[in-house]
Design a protein around this ligand. Sequence first.
Ligand code: ITT
Length: 206
Amino acid sequence: MDILLATTNAGKIRDFEILLSGFSINWLSLKDFPETEEVEEDGKTFAENAARKAIGYARQTGILTLADDSGLEIDALGGEPGINSARFSGAHKDHSSDAFRIDEENIKKVLRLMEDVPEENRSARFVSSLCLADSEKPILEAEGFLPGMILREKRGSGGFGYDPIFYLPERGKSVAELEREEKNKISHRANAVKNIRPMLKEFLRR
Ligand code: ITT
């Protein structure tokens, strides 16, 4: 069966290469559909935005679509950047924009807002919401989380997005200091895939 993995984020694609191996699915990417237009993310939750993206791309391509909406929730900032994680600094993301520069601007904004926040109040979590949809409606949905702390400066050069400032106390490392395989055993996206895996296997048997 063909399923389109609909994301414009190269970091997510690299994570999914590891996470989605082992399914008997022919994964397609947006590179296979260069004429698609980016779907607007105007929902109020990660789950709503994942469903919008999955349905939006399924409608444009006629292919079953899996989408991920994800981000960082920081307790001291009342859950921000949350669903606005990709555009937190205000830099606009489009197909031609420099993702690395936008990640840098987003990190700078978080570090600035967290400057005076003491150690004990720096808790945060990554969230990943997955949705498999056809052109009409969501078919399968799942979520995954990764708890951690916000660092005072960047550490490590792996991963993408907010990984360099997201610290895992029990490992003594930022997510950007983890090996790619290690991140993909414990991440919010790995946990979301673990949750959707049995449903997807069942769906493929039908
Ligand atoms: P698509 O919508 O095309 O998938 P996007 O980058 O716009 O790409 P989101 O709207 O879901 O994706 O925004 C997710 C943002 O949250 C992303 O830009 C990262 O900054 C951050 N993020 C998500 N997963 C992350 C991870 O594993 N590590 C670090 N940051 C992550």
